[in-house]
Write a protein that binds this ligand. Structure first.
Ligand code: PXL
Length: 289
């Protein structure tokens, strides 16, 4: 019988404002993949635009969860990390990679820490250098442009970008050690926005573009990285997984814009899940054996 794939998602739970685990769990599950999780913190809302949120640090729970899982000899097809609850968790997650990854486990690191040219206020200024080390252990890293430039220790640069600039960023990110980079927030004009995908040894970046919708919608990085991880685990090529993830994310933003929802509340990804599942299944049909 075909074995169901299993992913461990390591992100916070933001109780309101769809992002991190409240996105990763449903999106990856929709692709037919089992998702276990290691919550890094519990917040009443995410930190993007809300004030007065509660915050419970779960750093102390992470290794005991992993120890129990090791007693159960659980195996994972992918480990997928996002928002970490404290700087100490960088080392802890690195240890979790060593403890849980087998030879065939895909490690996806979304270095969630910044956007729009700014490090999130919850992180200390040296967080990007710790994140750089974690990224060196990844098979795939999925930074946005702000995170990419922080990882590289380079000044933030507003777009529109040139293809030479994007190729330079993806090349230097690969020099940090991951096997593949999928850089989001890539645009060359006001009309299109997308991602640049590049693997170690490739001579340039492959672009996966779509229409650009004005505005900044919270949680879209998590929607994209979760859909990408699901596609990769299902066996899609990085470019086709990025294509499906870009289309899914743009659809979510478009529906949310039309509904006029507060941009802090997260995007309507739920209404796009059926199309997302169909896109994944038509790229990699489920074998009936
Ligand atoms: O979507 C990224 C994210 C995840 N979790 C928390 C956040 C953010 C971005 O602000 O604050 C708690």
């Amino acid at each position: 019988m075909l074995r169901q794939k299993r992913v461990a998602a390591i992100h916070d739970i933001s109780c309101f404002g769809k992002c991190s685990l409240t996105v990763a769990l449903p999106v990856i599950s929709a692709a037919g993949i089992e998702v276990s999780c290691i919550p890094t913190a519990i917040l009443s809302t995410h930190t993007g635009g809300f004030t007065g949120y509660t915050y419970r640090d779960l750093t102390g729970d992470m290794l005991p969860i992993v120890s129990h899982w090791r007693e159960l000899s659980l195996r994972f097809d992918a480990l997928y990390t996002g928002y970490l609850g404290s700087p100490e968790q960088l080392d802890i997650v690195s240890g979790i990679f060593d403890a849980l990854a087998g030879d065939d486990t895909l490690i996806v690191v979304d270095p969630v820490m910044a956007d729009d040219g700014r490090l999130y206020p919850s992180f200390p200024h040296d967080f990007p250098s710790g994140m750089r080390e974690l990224c060196s252990k990844a098979d795939v890293v999925v930074p946005n442009m702000t995170e990419a430039l922080l990882l590289l220790g380079e000044p933030y640069s507003e777009g529109p970008y040139t293809s030479e600039f994007i190729d330079g960023v993806t090349r230097r990110l690969l020099e940090l050690g991951p096997r593949r980079v999928i850089l989001t927030g890539v645009y060359f004009d006001g009309k299109q926005l997308g991602a640049a995908s590049r693997s170690a040894g490739a001579s340039g970046s492959e672009l996966v573009m779509s229409r650009r919708i004005p505005g900044s919608y919270h949680g879209t990085g998590d929607v994209f990285a979760s859909a990408l991880t699901a596609g990769l685990v299902r066996g899609m090529t990085p470019e086709s997984a990025a294509r499906v993830a870009v289309d899914f994310t743009v659809g979510c933003i478009e529906r949310t814009r039309r509904a006029g929802t507060d941009t802090r509340f997260g995007v309507d990804f739920e209404s796009g899940l059926a199309d997302f599942i169909n896109a994944v299944n038509s790229a990699v049909p489920v074998r009936a054996d």
